[in-house]
Design a protein around this ligand. Structure first.
Ligand SMILES: Cc1cc2nc3c(=O)[nH]c(=O)nc-3n(C[C@H](O)[C@H](O)[C@H](O)COP(=O)(O)O)c2cc1C
Length: 203
């Protein structure tokens, strides 16, 4: 395969979208779309800009919910995409067209459900909602203190019943029904047909 060196401003080759709930100092929940995240065992790792309200909130209160939307919700996410929960937003974000929004649930057409183990609420419309608590963070080298990676321990996982097949013996996630939302170079996509399974697949 012949290759060319490129110098793209973004390198978003494709990751799933999630919406992070964090708790504002007044107890309300802020919502922040993210696509830089992954899960390994019972830990979530995610990347945040330090100018976000989410980062500011998590420094004070480590509780989060990782709400995972399905592809149908891309329009709702776009409704909050140019918003920040930060009242006094940095100049560069103003120039990009961001606006302050204190109620992203109403703005995005979402409804809040109380969490069980953490302060910030969950998004009712998201089929997967993971309650977790941040246990560590680290500034990303080369980003001048503007980006941070955080890791959080998972406390509890909620999954929509229509994505579950429950028998007396076990509960299975119905992968064929799951339509995750992917962010690829700032375009939204979902998944196509299944291609095959991994050797360790048992569902
Ligand atoms: C689909 C999508 C994915 C995004 N991924 C990230 C991300 O992984 N990390 C990040 O810091 N910002 C990401 N952003 C930008 C934030 O959502 C944006 O800065 C927002 O204003 C944060 O809200 P807050 O300031 O209220 O926390 C993403 C935005 C969209 C629409």
């Amino acid at each position: 395969m012949r290759t060319q060196q490129v110098d793209f401003t973004s390198l978003y080759f494709g990751t799933p979208v999630a919406i992070l709930s964090s708790q504002n100092p007044n107890g309300t929940t802020n919502l922040s779309p993210v696509s830089s995240w992954w899960i390994l065992d019972k830990s979530i790792v995610f990347g945040l800009g330090t100018s976000s309200k989410c980062y500011e909130n998590l420094i004070e209160n480590p509780d989060i919910v990782l709400n995972i939307p399905d592809s149908k919700l891309w329009g709702n996410i776009e409704l909050i995409a140019d918003k920040t929960g930060k009242e006094y937003l940095p100049e560069f974000k103003k120039e990009m067209g961001y606006l302050f929004e204190k109620d992203k649930f109403s703005c995005g057409g979402f409804h809040e459900v109380k969490s069980i183990n953490v302060g910030p609420g969950r998004i009712k419309e998201c089929p997967i909602q993971i309650e977790a608590r941040v246990v560590g963070h680290r500034y990303l080298g080369g980003a001048g203190g503007n980006l941070v990676s955080m890791d959080a321990g998972i406390l509890c996982v909620h999954v929509a019943e229509e994505l579950l097949n429950c028998t007396n013996h076990n509960t299975r996630f119905i992968v064929e029904k799951w339509q995750p939302l992917y962010y690829i170079f700032r375009h939204y996509f979902s998944v196509g047909e299944e291609l095959g399974t991994n050797f360790r697949c048992n569902n």
